[in-house]
Design a protein around this ligand. Structure first.
Ligand code: PGA
Length: 220
């Protein structure tokens, strides 16, 4: 992990058509330039290639992440996206998001398999955990603490608790630690100002480009 901190990550989930995504990039792209940290965008897998091309032709300082990858390596797995298929487009991949664990029954074994595939393909893993005791697979450098009660609810964890958990995680290994869960322009600073947490992972408040720009600015 050698991109500059803090990491500010927009997880767009299954939101936006390509036209909307393209308009979002047109607003965020020029603003990412002056940010001392790293802006990472996670579009749907369907838009990874088009987003890659758009970012590169404009020369914007935005890194690309997938929201997920298959547990399988290449082969007869209809509908899946293999790590090796996105490795030329993305530097990062999210693994273990609570929405994957809850809605798709992803467990520790499956997540370890995904992490192994990601590592083999040369991807940097953003591994989401919902509590500090969660298993973190081999090869993970970036851990995002995302308590379930805070995701998409407008009720973030307290910065104090998130920092305590950040310290606990850092005692376990040389992790870059992020916080996610109802991060907003108003609370971004409180999470990262102590220097314990190395960035934020944003869902809902990344969808509106103006709010996301405010988050980038407050993280600077
Ligand atoms: P939220 O989502 O910002 O909407 O709470 C965070 C996430 O799902 O990573």
């Amino acid at each position: 992990m050698n991109d500059p901190l803090p990491l500010v990550i927009a997880n767009l989930k299954a939101n936006k058509t390509w036209d909307q995504m393209s308009a979002w990039l047109n607003i965020i792209g020029p603003k990412a330039e002056s940010f001392a940290g790293t802006v990472i965008v996670c579009p749907t897998a369907a838009f990874l290639a088009a987003t890659f091309q758009k970012i590169n032709s404009a020369g914007w300082q935005i890194k690309l992440s997938a929201q997920d990858i298959s547990q399988f390596e290449q082969g007869a797995y209809t509908g899946e996206v293999a790590a090796s298929q996105i490795a030329d487009l993305c530097r990062y991949v999210i693994i273990g998001h609570s929405e994957r664990r809850q809605n798709f029954n992803e467990d520790d074994n499956l997540l370890a398999q995904k992490a192994q595939n990601a590592k083999k393909a040369g991807l940097e893993i953003i591994f989401c955990i919902q509590n500090p005791e969660a298993k973190i697979p081999e090869g993970v450098n970036i851990v995002a603490y995302e308590p379930i009660f805070a995701i998409g609810t407008g009720h973030p964890d307290t910065p104090e608790n998130a920092q305590t958990i950040g310290e606990r995680l850092k005692a376990k290994g040389p992790y870059t630690v992020l916080y996610g869960g109802s991060v907003s322009p108003q609370n971004t600073k409180s999470f990262i100002k102590q220097g314990i947490l190395d960035g934020v992972l944003i869902g809902a408040n990344s969808l509106d480009p103006q709010k996301f720009i405010q988050i980038i600015k407050t993280a600077s």
